[in-house]
Each structure stands twice: as structure tokens, then as C-alpha cells.
Design a protein around this ligand. Structure first.
Ligand code: PGA
Length: 251
């Protein structure tokens, strides 16, 4: 049985005080919600302050990115031990915006995932095709390339600590959600890749989130699909009410 996981990716939004306000509101709305993992990913600057709000609650903390070295001369980067120290349990890696604007590649995603796992934290590995890919019938080959590249050489144990987020790039921030059938088709395909690479048993335990214009109105239908184990939410996670509603729709 896979516990659904709903994560809010705040992207480049929220000052420290705004982040604390949002988290405080959210905490009260989801305090009685069980059987779902609830995660927020504020910007780096707000991690410590948000951690103080979520301590001893049912909300966990994620970072939006990381560098794979623990320390050294890498100006501007943040390491896994630093994120752990700030209270993070999860790190989003390979988000399409990072692939698109910051030269993220399968190789760097794999290095980052490994670094996160080596400190007993959990990577949320994002994969997804562009609209051009979908229209040209390349969805499966892009997904296979992203998934295989990210999990390359991971042991079965390590894979079990990973969360895969399927985010069709054409659905991110566009208001255009994949239909539940489109999402299920790709989620099932991802699980089959993991089955081939690992085993049925391992693949059936890995959580695969859907991301891309998830809203309170479409969350339940998406999450009712057999291989959809939660959501990675951008825009709708910036308001406590809508994010809490999505969390409740996950169960
Ligand atoms: P969105 O973003 O919900 O605003 O489409 C999702 C994401 O990028 O993780």
C-alpha cells in the first residue's frame, strides 16, 4: 500500500514572513489529516523559518534543488548536509524549469539524487515531456530517458526512498492538466520501466506523483488513478486553502 504524497513547490515565491504565514495557516487546516504525506518546498531562504513552524506537525519540508558536493568552492550552491541541517527530509531534483533554464541534465539529476540518498533523505525526481515531444509521439522515449538517467545505478533500497514526479511540461503553470487517463498511461509506463530495471515488488512500492496544473477541482480524479500516488503542486500550493483541499482529496 503506497501512502499518497502531496508536495507544494513554491518556486520563486514567498519572503520569509509570507512563508511563515502560509505555513501557519496550512498547519491548522491539515492538522487532523492522516494517511497522506504532506510536504512543502519553500525557497532556500525560508527553509529554517518554515521548519520551526512545521516541527512536530504532520507537514514535512523539502528543498527545491541542491548541489551534489557536500562542501567546497562552489559559489552560490547549497549542499545536502546544509538542507538536512535546515530540517529538510526531501529534495526536488530535475524539475523541468531547472532542465529548461539552468542546464539540468540526466547526469546532474542522477548525481543530485545520489547525494540526497547518501544522507538518508528522499529525492523527488521530476520527469516529463514537452508539448513537441507529445505531439511527435516521443512521450515514452523522453520519459524512459529521464527515468533511466535519474535512477541509473541506484540500488533497490535506494530506489524505494525515491519519489518520481511525472510532470508533463505542457501542463505546468498553463492551466492545462493532463486528463486522468493520460496521467495514468504515463505513470503505468514509468512503473513498467522500474519493473524491468528492478522487480515487480520494488516497482509496486515506488510512489509516482503527478504534477502540472493540479487544483482542488481536478485532484481527486487524478489521484483516483491506480498508479497516481499524489501530486506535486505549484500555483495551487501558494494558498493554504487550495493546497489543503488538494491534500484532503488525496485520501
Ligand atoms: P503548477 O506547477 O501546479 O503551477 O502547474 C507544478 C510544478 O511545476 O511542480
Amino acid at each position: 500500500m503506497r501512502t499518497p504524497i502531496i508536495a507544494g513547490n513554491w518556486k520563486l515565491n514567498k519572503t520569509i514572513s509570507e512563508a511563515v504565514e502560509l505555513t501557519t495557516e496550512l498547519k491548522d487546516l491539515v492538522t487532523a489529516t492522516n494517511n497522506v504525506d504532506i510536504v512543502v518546498a519553500p525557497p532556500f531562504t525560508a527553509l529554517d523559518a518554515v521548519n520551526k513552524v512545521v516541527k512536530d506537525t504532520n507537514i514535512e519540508l523539502a528543498a527545491q534543488d541542491v548541489y551534489w558536493e557536500d562542501s567546497g568552492a562552489f559559489t552560490g550552491e547549497v549542499s545536502v548536509p546544509m538542507l538536512k541541517d535546515a530540517g529538510c527530509e526531501y529534495v526536488i531534483v530535475g524539475h523541468s524549469e531547472r532542465r529548461q533554464f539552468f542546464n539540468e541534465t540526466n547526469e546532474s539529476v542522477n548525481l543530485k539524487a545520489n547525494a540526497v540518498l547518501s544522507h538518508d533523505m528522499k529525492p523527488i525526481i521530476c520527469v516529463g515531456e514537452l508539448l513537441d515531444d507529445r505531439e511527435a509521439g516521443r512521450t515514452e522515449s523522453v520519459i524512459k530517458n529521464h527515468v533511466s538517467g535519474a535512477v541509473e545505478k541506484l540500488t533497490s533500497d535506494a530506489l524505494l526512498s525515491c519519489i518520481i514526479a511525472y510532470e508533463p511540461v505542457w501542463a505546468i503553470g498553463t492551466g492545462k492538466t493532463a486528463t486522468p487517463e493520460q496521467a495514468q498511461e504515463v505513470h503505468n509506463y514509468i512503473r513498467n520501466i522500474l519493473k524491468e530495471t528492478y522487480s515487480d515488488e520494488i516497482a509496486s512500492q515506488v510512489r509516482i506523483q503527478y504534477g502540472g496544473s493540479v487544483k482542488p477541482e481536478n485532484a481527486a480524479e487524478l489521484m483516483a488513478q491506480p498508479d497516481v500516488d499524489g501530486a506535486l503542486v505549484g500555483g495551487a500550493s501558494l494558498q493554504a486553502e487550495s493546497f489543503a483541499q488538494i491534500v484532503k482529496n488525496a485520501i
